[in-house]
Design a protein around this ligand. Sequence first.
Ligand code: BGC
Length: 734
Amino acid sequence: MSHRPFAYTLLAATALVAPVHAQTADPDARAAALVGRMTVDEKLSLLHGPMPLPFFGETPMPEGTIPGAGFIPGIARLGVPPLKETDASLGVSWVGGIREDGATALPSGLALAATFDPHLAYQGGAMVGAETRAKGFNVLLAGGVNLVRDPRNGRNFEYLGEDPLLAGTLAGESIRGIQSNRIISTIKHFAFNGNETGRNFHSTNIGEAAGRESDLLAFQLAIERGRPGAVMCAYNRVNDVYACENPALLNDVLKRDWGYKGWVMSDWGAVHSTEALLNGLDQQSGEQLDREPYFGRLLSEAVSGGDARYGARVDDAARRIVRSMISTGLFDDPPQAGGAIDFDAHAQIARRVAERGVVLLKNERDLLPLARTARNIVVIGDQADVGVLSGGGSSQVAGPEGPAATVRVGGENAMGPFSNALYHASSPLAAIKSEAPDATVRFATGRYVSEAVDLAKKADLAIVFVGQWTTEAVDVPDLSLPGNQDALIDAVARANPNTIVVLQTGGPVVMPWLDRVPAVLEAWYSGAKGGEAIADILFGDINPSGRLPVTFPASVDQLPRPKIPGVDLPPTGLVAMGAPRPSFPVDYTIEGSDIGYRWFEARGERPLFPFGFGLSYTDFTYSDLKVEGGDTLTVSFKVANTGDRTGVDVPQVYLSESPDRSQQRLIGFEPVTLTPGESRTVSLIADRRLLANWDVQRAQWSIRAGDYKVFVGGDAGSPILNGQARVRGARLMP
Ligand code: BGC
């Protein structure tokens, strides 16, 4: 697709609204000058807008809207374009097919995180951003970076795992990629939105230090790298105060301590008062979902009521919104709908992410890669004849031809009426057939175990696809595969010793059949070309390189909260999103900042598979560790490919002990591609905040002087090289 060159459009725009643009290219000054020329009503008009979808009956949509997630009218008189907002990180969302224009689906966030590759995150973001722009949208509601505190969270597939460094780095790069299209990306959901159960009214409670060292650190790292134009605050309460009117989060942490210059938009149905403006919220999104027009008529009344605090904040909020429009480039070069999209080229980006993100969890007897000599293969289950599974909710994408299959899920929960599992048109069965043209490849749906077992008995190999559909608004009740799939795998594995399981899950699952199954791939939701990517890995065209971005527990009993808080409460309706309900606590003080692998390490628990884990068809060794101290740690070591295939390894460096306590933290990682016999020295410098603790009294990071121990390993549970160095004490600004 082509865009008008920036220099040209800047000139053109300058000619249109010369007095403002001529002043300076500095977004602060330009935004201030623009807001200075706005009437109060114009400023107020920027602070709220509807969800432009035909679900809300009589509300006529303002001119210029595109059916999507959000719309904020522009100010034509001053050349301020309207904000046209669409979801989300994994592609331009499908919104139930209302626009009838599909988009390229990236694999899930966890698949991307499993690549541990910032460069791929950037490329994926740039691709989705280009489609966003081509469809005429200028805000992508992307950047989901909530840490996985509960493997049953229905939205884990949108996020980037359990570690702040990994999630923050990849979210930042994805946002940078999106905004390279001169559009705005959000980062969301700020903050501590770690479960969907009761998300509109539960309170996630956490101490200041634990918060700064975990979820907030992920946001901080991502904001520094990606500079998103907007932050979307979350539905939930944090320490009993709604996240979208939480001054500690919005005014103190985000705007004061981090110096954030963009704006805070609400999540849809997450506003509960007009005072939210004073507490740091700048814009009410999807306003039909809230109970009142808090930032519409009510804010207008508050401003004309004469409370000067409202007037000043309206100026500030309008300035922040316009500033982000200017700093990202959309002000000077607004997208036009109808841009060309090269779907084939974009699908290749989705395919690359899938190929790199699939995790090989088990491979006994080197069953994989599959021998091309196999004569009889049976493929079983999970709609593998038509496509690959995707996750549900606002982030749902469907390809240009629409979904390949739609399976109704339903349920009493808020999303019940919209709960359909969609499959992307990328058939693993077809891809397997084309990899093994001389084999007889049969397919069984998996609905009848006896049928699958019968075919498995007659085959050389059985490849069982299983799916765990997850969606926004609903957590999964446990970590099992739904339906009869665990029993199906078990029966097939008993019938055929060469059984390979391909998991298509939103996040971790338990595997009661693991001992009986020689090979397991975690394919996540693998996106537009998932079927081809999975087949490439099964047959060895691609050497698997994914590493788990999230710990796979052996059972829910190992979790900080074995029972999901609020799970026994009656279900809520979708339209009642903004309605007040009694809150209930989700106690994050249990694990604090020790999320995932840190929790398992601190408790001495053994997971099913550790964070960072993933096998390859080749072997890697590590040697020559050097750890230098000083202001931070510089860790270098040699990685060698000692096997006989080219492969990508992801060596990881963990802090294992600091002067005052033993604790595990990922402080560096790097994907390295090596040919057989090749070796490379990797050198990583730790971000000092990863060595520090948050000092609540002084409101600063504090590094204690002393010896810091580290290890290099292929996952969080297996130290291979150990070292240490002395680090100077320091205090760092927030
Ligand atoms: C989700 C957001 C999404 C918004 C707009 C909300 O329900 O939590 O992530 O961006 O809807 O669709």
